[in-house]
Design a protein around this ligand. Structure first.
Ligand code: C2O
Ligand code: CU
Ligand code: CU
Length: 571
């Protein structure tokens, strides 16, 4: 009996996934001022059934923002969401910009509020995206519909013979799976994300011209990784990864994208008029441990019923049906041979380790949901986990000590992979990236350089891009400090010296011509006292700072009736 039900369900799944809705192409906005209104709406994912959703300038998803490198843009983001506690943020995923404009959890947009960052577009041409990043609310807000694409153009890309007419031969493809509860409300923190949408369209088809087309693939899912390819194993050319063009096109039959990752691909439909080809996810080929594979393996075996019953997990399924129609008047019919020149950084002066680990044995036993942490810590709005220095080049090693693969994402600066678990990096991951999927019990290493923007108090984020993990605190923050400007600012207080600076173990404090009398306090940048020590009339003192986490602190010293303050950096 059980088997009969499963067979009936399987047939039913095939019926409801046959393509029946034209793919919605989100409207494009151009210019340098963008008015983005976050609003409530209603969407009919299933005919006749209204589901409450969120959108920007519409009921679901958001306009595609098309911007030029070097332009200064102003984003007027207003939050008109109703419902209790619905403040949010908007993060420009993959953009290199000041921390205050990044739209992380610290740049809250209150309900009825507007946030208007203005920044310069510094990234090269590529496919980026924007989505909410509120503390603990990312999954809810993204799943309810808040996500949009950003297309950056530049002169290098413009000089290439590439399809670039939006919605004609150049298409945004935002792939997401959603969970619906029995009342057809969007649900989160389930493993029942059985509904596949492209640009918010269920069972979509696209009429595409019989020439080379460009698909900008974005995995905007909360949890699911896809293994994209086409029916008949038709080859395609990858021309760009997360953050811009590759050196030259790569011929592929599959590309794996984990949540947050992007790829621009070219597909040659020349001569195929009247035929149909499907973009597929060949998820049966995904190694176990990746969300979307047959099993998300525990370290001890065992399965999660909701996960194993999900008809998409470990199966091959159609993502988008492409019906080939007539050529346009100026079709692209040849692939370019070369694209750009990437110059990966070579030498680094700092190495850091980030260990992804389960909070407890229970989450280590392969629960998809976690909770997980990074270096033993959960995200804390009031704590900065890592302090880096402007213009340093660093190697980051991300070690996954859990039974599930995590897509590690870093804000502000992209990176180049150095190795995957000590081995070679596949061609399709050799470009600039900002997300990398780290397999269970493996590590990856990448090189990155902290350029252009420093801010002592506002951090950027690094986190797992499985949104449920991120919301549960699998995230940390880093700030970039400009050491040169820190020392200039402090030269006025020249009767005090504090050394070494940066310090790792013991801070020495010396006053010239004065005695320290009273308390020495060490405060963090939020003004919280971290350490204090009493000193009686001595011109010098030492403070043990070995227990402080890395970052900028303020030493406050009493001398007579004067209070002297001086910043120092703990390494
Ligand atoms: Cu796409 Cu920190 O996020
Ligand atoms: Cu991001
Ligand atoms: Cu994770």
């Amino acid at each position: 009996m059980k088997y009969i039900i499963i067979i009936i369900l399987a047939c039913f799944t095939v019926v409801i996934t046959s393509a029946q809705n034209p793919l919605v192409v989100p409207p494009a906005l151009t210019g340098t001022t963008f008015n983005l209104k976050i609003q409530n709406g209603t969407t009919q994912f299933y005919p006749g059934i209204n589901t409450p959703t969120y959108g920007i300038n519409g009921a679901l998803l958001a306009p595609t923002l098309i911007v030029n490198k070097w332009d200064w843009v102003t984003m007027n983001v207003s939050n008109t969401l109703t419902g209790f506690g619905n403040s949010t943020t908007i993060h420009w995923h993959g953009l290199h910009l000041p921390a205050a404009d990044d739209g992380g959890p610290h740049q809250v947009i209150a309900q009825e509020g507007t946030w208007s960052p203005r920044f310069q577009i510094l990234n090269n041409a590529g496919t980026f995206w924007y989505h909410p990043h509120g503390d603990g609310k990312t999954d809810l807000h993204v799943s309810k519909g808040l996500a949009g694409m950003i297309i950056i153009k530049d002169s290098t890309e413009a000089a290439l013979m590439l399809p670039r007419t939006y919605g004609v031969d150049d298409f945004p493809i935002i792939v997401q799976t959603k969970s619906f509860d029995i009342l057809n409300q969007i649900a989160i923190a389930t493993e029942a994300d059985t509904a596949l949408c492209v640009n918010g369209t269920m069972s979509p088809y696209l009429n595409a011209p019989a020439q080379i087309i460009r698909l900008r693939l974005l995995n905007g899912s909360s949890m699911r990784t896809y293994n994209f390819g086409f029916t008949g194993n038709k080859t395609f050319k990858m021309i760009a990864g997360d953050a811009g063009l590759l050196d030259k096109p790569i011929t592929l039959t599959r590309i794996r994208l984990s949540p947050g990752e992007r790829a621009e691909i070219l597909l040659d439909l020349t001569g195929l008029n009247g035929q149909t080809i499907n973009l597929y996810s060949f998820s049966s080929e995904l190694p176990n441990g990746i969300y979307g594979a047959k099993t998300v393996r525990s370290m001890m075996g065992g399965t999660i019923p909701e996960y194993s019953d999900n008809p998409l997990n470990g199966k091959d399924f159609s993502v988008l049906q492409i019906n080939v129609v007539d050529q346009t008047s100026n079709p692209i019919t040849d692939f370019p041979n070369t694209l750009t020149v990437n110059n990966p950084w070579k030498n680094y002066s700092v190495s850091r380790n980030f260990v992804l680990q389960p909070d407890s044995m229970m989450s280590g036993l392969g629960m998809v949901a976690g909770p997980f942490n990074i270096n033993g810590a959960h995200f804390d709005m009031n704590r900065i986990n890592v302090t880096t220095y402007l213009n340093t080049t660093e190697k980051w090693r991300i070690t996954n000590n859990t039974g599930i693969a995590h897509p590690f994402h870093k804000h502000d600066i992209h990176f180049y992979l150095l190795n995957i678990n000590g081995g070679a990096v596949p061609d399709y991951e050799k470009g600039k990236k900002d997300v990398v999927l780290v397999m269970p019990m493996q590590y990856v290493e990448f090189i990155t350089k902290f350029e252009d923007f420093a801010d002592e108090s506002i951090p950027y984020m690094y986190h797992c891009h499985l949104l449920h993990h991120e919301d549960d605190g699998m995230m940390g923050s880093f700030r970039v400090i400009d050491t040169t400007s820190t020392s200039v600012e402090e030269q006025s207080q020249s009767n005090i010296s504090i050394f070494p600076n940066p310090v790792s173990l013991t801070l020495n404090i010396k006053l010239q011509g004065d005695d320290i009398a009273g308390e020495i306090k060490v405060l963090n940048l939020l003004g919280t006292i971290i350490l204090s020590k009493n000193i009686n009339n001595n011109s010098s003192a030492t403070v043990d700072v070995s227990g402080l986490s890395g970052g900028v602190y303020v030493a406050q010293i009493q001398s007579g009736n004067k209070t002297i303050t001086k910043k120092f950096i703990k390494q």
